[in-house]
Ligand binder design. Structure first.
Ligand code: PGA
Length: 254
């Protein structure tokens, strides 16, 4: 199994432009001395930072740059929204779609997320599609059904070929920003389940190839054990991605 470990830092609405450039520069410097043959590092700052960060770290260097969301249309009268076309032009290579904070605070449904995924793929962006159950869904033992519905709805009409440009991120909502991390066994169980769903829909080659990240309170202290599980192929990191030293330590654990 030679899946690359992909470690992505989701900065959410943290850092100013100048602080973000400094953070990305520090991370990028740290990458220069590391062996990245089997891993990839990505930073996902607010939209406003993307251009400045790419100017600072270079477009084709070790550090990938992404966005946290995009609109499902190329352009239009959608005040305050951002087009995937613009993200691509700014130099972003990745976009998160369906983060639980978008689902929760902006009422993003599977149908909408499916449209966003298609729009992002059409511009050549790699999508990080987030899925995961809430605490009450886990407690009522519906988490497998919830995840299955998120995969089915979000990936509707996505072709086998397009799956090459999709990363999945399993983020149990109860573990995000709470310090309550899923145990390696709990996470592995779901990751294996997700890979099985992909196998059933797209076949073995896609299932073997797809990167399934874990997200939710991943830190330097717990990263190595999570990342050593056979179906955990990386991390989507929130809080610990805002400190270069911690983010680099997670990359070292991969
Ligand atoms: P966290 O966030 O690492 O702070 O829990 C993860 C995420 O929201 O992607």
């Amino acid at each position: 199994m030679t899946r690359k470990k992909i470690i992505a830092g989701n900065w959410k609405m943290f850092t100013t432009v100048s602080a973000g450039v400094a953070l990305a520069t520090e991370i990028n410097m740290g990458l220069q001395t590391r062996d990245l043959s089997n891993k990839k590092a990505i930073v996902i700052p607010p939209y406003t930072h993307i251009h400045a960060i790419i100017n600072a770290v270079g477009a084709n260097g070790n550090l990938g740059v992404g966005a946290q969301n995009c609109h499902q249309q190329k352009e239009g009268a959608y005040t305050g929204e951002i087009s995937p076309v613009t993200l691509k032009e700014m130099g972003a290579s990745y976009v998160i779609i369906g983060h639980s904070e978008r689902r929760q605070y902006f009422n993003e449904t599977e149908e909408l997320l499916n449209a966003k995924i298609k729009a992002a793929l059409a511009e050549g962006l790699t999508v990080i599609y987030c899925i995961g159950e809430t605490l009450s869904q886990r407690e009522s033992d519906t988490h497998f059904a919830v995840i299955e519905a998120q995969i089915k709805g979000g990936l509707e009409d996505i072709s086998t070929e397009e799956m090459n440009n999709i990363i999945l991120a399993y983020e149990p909502v109860w573990a995000i920003g709470t310090g309550k991390v899923a145990s390696p066994a709990q996470a592995q169980e779901i990751h294996q389940f997700i890979r099985g769903l992909i196998n059933a829909k797209y076949g073995n080659a896609v299932a073997k190839n797809i990167c399934i990240q874990y997200g939710g309170s991943m830190k330097p202290e717990n990263a190595a054990e999570l990342l050593s599980q056979p179906d955990i192929d990386g991390g989507l990191i929130g809080g610990a991605a805002l400190k270069a030293e911690q983010f680099l330590a997670i990359i070292d654990a991969a």
